[in-house]
Write a new protein. Structure first.
Length: 333
């Protein structure tokens, strides 16, 4: 089934050069032209993915998200380590996608640079990429996913397909969706840098004087949402914010199993409260929901590649997160 799905997707990909160095050289015009055929791809995709129609997996552009995931985890990005040319290439690609859907930008060009020191005391330059969709209200949700990974180690590329090209690709898919479906709350879409070095991009975002923190009422964070053999996607946060639990409990994205947990202090290392960018928001008193999968054999390994993600699961997971955002947008004051 996956092989047939890949064949369908390849039919609609238009890459000007087969070499890796041409990977990030697609113009936004070419990407836009690609997406005129999306409705055809989605019809075929729906046929090949054996998911019941009530899962409603046609709202996000599956072809667009999978293609972004493939590109972001390509060898040409060299593992997207913060401060490297591969990370910069990935950032430019994300900026191009935000421009393509004409998201609003807080800073000119969507880029929010910051600096921090690593454990060795070296100064590192990072850049968050931020766009937004203005809602009916000034209060805002911040939807986050980190685009950096760990780079190259011992001459091996750590591509970071699941961690976290998957989250960024879903974020971009949702940005496109909400450009056509105006939300009640303003939605800020932040592709964050420096997560692997200590949530540095999230910390910089929360210290950015251009960001109106007083208006932020919720953080939705996605980190690793494309590899799971049990159709299980976890959402953490209800332990800390039980008043929001009933909203999430009503979401039933079958056949995907949306499970609550991994957010209680008594779980030790299985408590995910501070283990990704949402941790920085939580420390600021901003409620969060974190969506992710449990660790798997490819976690922080060179085998975390596009070929090893579960494409069906990824598309379902992205739609499950969308379901939660839509429900929270309606219900949250």
């Amino acid at each position: 089934m996956i092989a047939r799905l890949r064949f369908v997707l390849i039919m609609f990909m238009k890459v000007t050069k087969p070499q890796p160095e041409g990977f990030y050289q697609l113009s936004t015009t070419q990407i836009t032209m690609q997406r005129y055929s999306n409705f055809i791809a989605l019809i075929i995709l729906a046929f090949f993915i054996s998911v019941p129609s009530f899962a409603q997996i046609d709202r996000l552009d599956a072809e667009f998200m999978l293609d972004d995931l493939r590109r972001l985890s390509h060898d040409a990005a060299q593992g997207r380590k913060t401060g490297t040319p591969g990370n910069e290439a990935a950032r430019r690609f994300i900026v191009g996608q935000m421009k393509d859907v004409r998201a609003k930008s807080i800073n000119k060009g969507y880029e929010h640079p910051f600096t921090f020191k690593n454990r060795a005391g070296e100064e590192i330059n990072g850049v968050n990429v931020i766009g937004y969709v203005k809602g009916e209200e000034e209060t805002a949700f911040v939807i986050t996913a980190h685009y950096d990974h760990v780079g190259v180690r011992d001459s091996l590329i750590y591509n970071g397909a699941d961690d976290n090209a998957s989250g960024v690709s879903a974020l971009l898919g949702m940005l496109e969706y909400f450009k056509s479906n105006k939300p009640r709350h303003t939605l800020i879409f932040a592709a964050l840098d420096g997560e692997e070095m200590g949530l540095q991009g999230a910390k910089a975002f929360l210290e950015d004087e251009n960001i109106p923190l007083e208006n932020i009422v919720l953080n939705i964070n996605m980190d690793m949402i494309s590899i799971n053999d049990k159709n299980e996607l976890y959402v953490a946060g209800t332990h800390h914010y039980p008043n929001l639990k009933p909203i999430i409990e009503k979401i039933d994205p079958q056949p995907l199993n949306l499970k609550l947990g991994h957010d209680s202090p008594d779980l030790g290392s299985d408590d995910w409260t501070g283990q990704s960018d949402h941790g920085a928001f939580h420390k600021k008193g901003i409620p969060f929901f974190y969506f992710g999968v449990e660790d798997h054999e490819h976690y922080h390994k060179p085998t975390d590649t596009f070929e090893n993600i579960n494409q069906e699961f990824f598309v379902m997971a992205a739609h499950a997160v969308l379901d939660c955002i839509l429900a929270l947008d309606i219900s949250l004051n």
